[in-house]
Design a protein around this ligand. Structure first.
Ligand SMILES: [Zn+2]
Length: 254
């Protein structure tokens, strides 16, 4: 089974004063049997220096083209790929096309991170352009805001695909997110840090097709988050979709 972790943070975090290194991610992947890892920058770092997007992309290329880690014995089971996502800056610049990003990360745009949305961002004329450009690029965006903000954003989009992290946990009550977006086929959810009971509620209500496995390293560990999904009371075929196939389809990975 090809397993992809759809949510990890890579690089330094200015607010936390720590760094998630490539070696650490590869070590956790090796330990848990994860094959590919989605990486995006920490918000505080990206807000201070947009150049982190470029460095993250370079790191993904480096791991792919020069498997030094494999030679040093850090990895052995075929973890060769980082899947880089672009941190969308406060200028609402869309994911640059053709550079090698597979998705984007929208994080409390001009608001207070993990805490309160800035609803003025929804009135910015640039938002329309952002949505249009993003729909053209057709890559998913991990989208984190309060429920009401997310709802307004989703009403504005047509074909854009968004992934709500933690089943909506930081933006409100996951069950409210579930009820509001149940019928929205372009709204996906990741399992990072959510309880098995809530994950099951989502699967029972919207099926397994819109659920993605994610660890949210360094806030979760790959091993623990993976074991949580593996032990869900559902068939292996469904797990296979949650653990990799859904994301592969979303980002067009063959
Ligand atoms: Zn995260």
């Amino acid at each position: 089974m090809e397993i992809i972790d759809s949510h990890t943070h890579w690089g330094p975090s200015l607010t936390m004063g720590t760094e998630v290194t490539t070696e650490e991610l590869l070590r956790q992947a090796e330990q848990s049997g994860v094959n590919q890892i989605v990486i995006f920058p920490f918000p505080s770092t990206a807000l201070a220096d947009e150049g982190i997007n470029e460095r993250l992309l370079e790191e993904a290329h480096r791991i792919k083209s020069n498997p030094a880690a494999e030679q040093r014995g850090i990895i052995s089971n075929g973890v060769k790929k980082f899947i880089p996502y672009y941190y969308i800056p406060e200028t609402m610049k869309p994911i640059p096309d053709g550079k090698g990003f597979y998705g984007g990360k929208w994080h409390w745009m001009r608001g207070v991170q993990d805490c309160s949305s800035n609803y003025k961002a929804l009135e910015d004329p640039k938002l329309e352009e952002f949505i249009q450009a993003s729909e053209k690029i057709d890559l998913p965006i991990v989208f984190e805001e309060e429920l009401a903000f997310t709802e307004t954003f989703v009403k504005k989009m047509k074909n854009l695909k968004i992934i709500i992290p933690h089943l909506g946990m930081l933006g409100g009550n996951p069950i409210d997110f579930l009820n509001v977006f149940k019928a929205r086929e372009n709204v996906y959810f990741d399992t990072a840090l959510a309880s098995s009971e809530i994950v099951m509620k989502f699967i029972e209500n919207i099926g397994h097709e819109r659920i993605l496995f994610g660890s949210d390293i360094p806030f979760g560990t790959m091993k623990w988050e993976l074991e949580k999904v593996l032990s869900l009371p559902i068939g292996d075929d469904k797990k296979e979709w949650i653990l990799g196939k859904n994301l592969r389809r979303l980002i067009g990975l063959t």
